[in-house]
Ligand binder design. Structure first.
Ligand code: SF4
Length: 403
């Protein structure tokens, strides 16, 4: 039977909701940072271009800090100022520009969605949050809400409501990362609550103000509660909402009074990342102009780091001894290049660790100098020789740059 949410989460007093909106927006008007997507959203008169500009920022800001996004965003909008321009870009170009931003499927989906808008929707962005979510690949409920509220003024909760650092203490929600069915039900509640709180006349600004609050005041480890414009409404400050709601997942960590409001979000225990080891070989030759060149190969078009370039790599069994690793890699390179490669030819360089969201990856790096050209079996992968400069301009991941 559907359980009722506890009143601890709800803002049921209309006067309090009004005060919360007023306080948050007044603070935002005074303290907001100048950000390129905000400038575009405020100045762009063409509604499709405006929605496109907001959409790009919302996708880039998923899982990435504002400071990192700014440069990528400016370069992206300069290169592809319209949906039509993006629809004509190749995935290779998109990956090149996205290189280093992480979560590469975001760029790929943006480009696929742009192609769809141009070819199937006559270049017109869907005009409601519901249609944005339904018609655009990679656009979920909250991203759709953000685009619709900021671009069209539709009253919808935006992606900012996934910023659990703010929403969790403000509404005494449990950590939203917990993915139990009960947590999903609590999420459903959160959507209704979020939509009810969003300011009616300035929904886009309200959502952005919430994000700004999370970035500058309600920061995860040491929130500046005394400076917070919504402190009198904050449920975490009143220390309510600890247990008692049938929709919230059970608290995993006990309440720690020394942590105060930072008891929220009350996260579930995080799944440990998968441990993997990969042998990587940097094949190096003297290029035509005398400068060294390196061989890179393209990853498959789906899966992790889809379509990106890397040094020839091979996953390793975790318990493999160093000597054996070398042999396995040498065999692999020999089969691949059709040349004799022995374990003794490979020079051990070192190891590099890179943490992906769900993988703790160790690259075991070897180098191999070669004379002349190496033709790889093209049925296995596409490859090319690049100088160091070309390597850095290619669609390569941060992990490969570390290598
Ligand atoms: Fe966050 Fe503190 Fe403001 Fe509550 S009062 S929303 S915990 S900064």
């Amino acid at each position: 039977a559907p359980a009722e949410p506890s009143a601890q989460h709800l803002f049921s007093d209309a006067a309090e909701i009004e005060a919360l909106r007023r306080n948050l927006l007044a603070w935002y008007d005074k303290c907001k940072r100048d950000l390129p997507w905000r400038t575009l959203a405020a100045s762009e008169l063409d509604v499709d271009r405006r929605a496109y500009a907001v959409w790009v920022s919302e996708i880039m800001l998923q899982q990435t800090q504002v400071a990192t996004v700014i440069d990528y965003y400016n370069r992206w909008m300069q290169k592809w100022p319209t949906l039509q321009a993006l629809a004509e870009a190749s995935l290779e170009e998109v990956n090149e520009l996205w290189a280093g931003l992480g979560y590469y499927s975001r760029g790929k989906r943006l480009q696929e969605a742009a192609k769809k808008v141009v070819s199937q929707l006559a270049g017109r962005m869907p005009r409601t949050a519901e249609d944005l979510q339904k018609l655009l690949p990679g656009v979920g409920r909250y991203t759709a809400g953000a685009i619709a509220s900021i671009s069209y003024g539709q009253v919808r909760a935006g992606r900012q409501w996934q910023a659990e650092e703010v929403v969790s203490p403000l509404c005494s929600q449990q950590g939203l990362a917990a993915r139990s069915r009960r947590a999903e039900a609590a999420w459903g509640l959160c959507v209704d609550m979020a939509n009810a709180l969003v300011d009616r006349s300035r929904p886009g600004d309200f959502n952005q103000a919430l994000m700004e609050l999370g970035a500058t005041v309600c920061v995860p480890k040491a929130p500046l509660c005394e400076e917070c414009p919504v402190k009198q409404h904050c449920r975490a400050r009143r220390r309510v909402g600890v247990g008692g709601c049938p929709l919230c997942p059970p608290a995993i960590e006990p309440w720690d009074s020394s942590l105060g409001v930072t008891n929220f979000p009350r996260k579930a225990v995080k799944k440990q990342p998968r441990v993997e080891r990969t042998a990587t070989c940097v094949l190096e030759r003297r290029g035509r102009c005398g400068a060294p060149e390196y061989l890179i190969v393209q990853r498959p078009s789906s899966g992790l780091l889809a379509g990106l370039w890397e040094f020839p790599s091979l996953p390793l069994a975790l318990d493999l001894q160093e000597e054996k690793q070398r042999e396995v890699l040498a065999d692999h390179l020999q089969a691949w290049t059709g040349r004799s490669v022995t374990a003794g030819d490979l020079r051990y360089v070192g190891e590099v660790i890179h943490i992906f969201s769900h993988i703790h990856q160790t690259y075991v790096i070897y180098s191999l100098p070669v004379d002349g050209d190496v033709t790889l079996d093209s049925a296995l992968s596409t490859s090319r020789w690049v100088t160091e400069e070309q390597f850095h301009a290619s669609a390569v991941s941060t992990a490969m740059k570390k290598v």
